[in-house]
Design a protein around this ligand. Structure first.
Ligand code: TYM
Length: 330
């Protein structure tokens, strides 16, 4: 039986945060590190081509790509034959496939994409890269033959585009070349909230970074927005940002305990934030050291990415040989 393929990407547009971690990275790491289930491969990449839509500084992009890779490894991704970590741009075949797909999608179809519509609604000058973003994403999902794509809810439509484009291609060329991938979105972490309760994101500037300094981390946690209930008052945990972030780190028993503290009263917001800060520090134990060590020795990261890039490229090249022949380029 051929192995199942997982594909997931992360855009190196800034430092990674807990929305990225709980929304997608953790699922990827768990799948990649599961030694009992050996019937799939895991392609994880730093989507630097996608980042070009907004990052216009070479040094910044290089640095952020290293940081994103270091974060993945520090969070426990076990690099093996099962888990291939690489830079999207090391597989230039992805842009070739994007061009082929561009000729199968229409302008009105592309204009329905949320990200494009949002940018337009904000009166932004939308570059063609933003407009074509879902096609590039379809190419980098389909080129590896993805079965499953673990992502947060904000990427759901992009996976639908990938499925549609697989179908457009197969029907146009009367082949069974591309599988239709499924998204893997967990209900509990599909939309991780930020310090203001809105979806955590770099662009909302409400994010908590995975590996900021302890001082910055504390500042962020203490800035979580709450109502003005006094410490002794009873509180509904579900309506509370501190709880909604804290619960992500907890086991079922710990979660129950935390809920009770909020519900019983006598648990003030300052104390709740301090406990969340302590939980995050505990989560970072061991990981932050690995992250700092990798960032001090970028050649280690580069060599992992190079090896991963070569493996991913050889898989992509197999797909492209068939595609070039099917469309008549060869
Ligand atoms: P990006 O870089 O914005 O985010 C990376 C992953 O983190 C998830 N995520 C969240 N999940 C839950 N709650 C949040 N607040 C939150 N914030 C971010 C995202 O859903 C995503 O899974 N277009 C993609 C990158 C990409 C990709 C791919 C992903 C390029 N090619 C192929 C999968 C497969 C993006 O911009 O993700």
């Amino acid at each position: 039986m051929s192995k199942k393929i997982l594909v997931s990407g992360i855009k190196p547009t800034g430092k990674l945060h807990f929305g990225n971690y709980f929304g997608a990275m953790r699922q990827n790491i768990m799948a990649a590190n599961n030694t009992e289930n050996d019937d799939y491969e895991n392609y994880i990449f730093l989507a630097d081509y996608h980042a070009l839509t907004s990052v216009k500084n070479g040094d910044e992009l290089r640095q952020q790509t290293l940081e994103a890779a270091a974060s993945y490894i520090a969070c426990g991704l076990n690099i093996s034959n099962k888990a291939i970590l690489f830079k999207q741009s090391d597989v230039s075949e992805v842009t070739e496939l994007t061009w082929i797909f561009n000729n199968l999608v229409t302008m009105p179809y592309m204009m329905r994409a949320h990200a494009f519509k949002d940018s337009e609604a904000k009166d932004k000058e939308v570059n063609v890269g933003v407009f074509d973003y879902p096609v590039l994403m379809a190419a980098d999902i389909l080129i590896y033959g993805a079965d499953i794509v673990p992502v947060g809810k904000d990427q759901k439509q992009h996976i639908e585009y990938a499925r549609d484009i697989a179908g457009f291609y197969n029907r146009t060329y009367k082949v069974e070349q591309f599988k239709e991938p499924k998204d893997l979105i967990l209900e509990s972490t599909g939309i991780v909230p930020g310090v203001d309760g809105q979806k955590m994101s770099k662009s909302n500037n409400n994010h908590i970074e995975l590996f900021s300094t302890e001082e910055d981390l504390k500042k962020r946690v203490m800035s979580i927005v709450t109502d003005s209930k006094a410490p002794e008052e009873k509180k509904n945990p579900d309506e509370n940002n501190i709880y909604n972030i804290h619960k992500l780190f907890l086991t079922a028993d710990e979660d129950k305990e935390l809920r009770t503290k909020f519900e019983n009263g006598g648990y003030g917001y300052k104390e709740a934030k301090e406990e969340l800060f302590a939980t995050i520090l505990k989560w970072r134990e061991g990981k932050k050291e690995i992250y700092d060590d990798l960032m001090a020795n970028p050649e280690k990261i580069l060599s992992i990415l190079k090896e991963g890039g070569e493996k991913a490229k050889s898989r992509a090249e197999l797909t492209m040989q068939k595609v070039r022949s099917q469309v008549g380029l060869e």
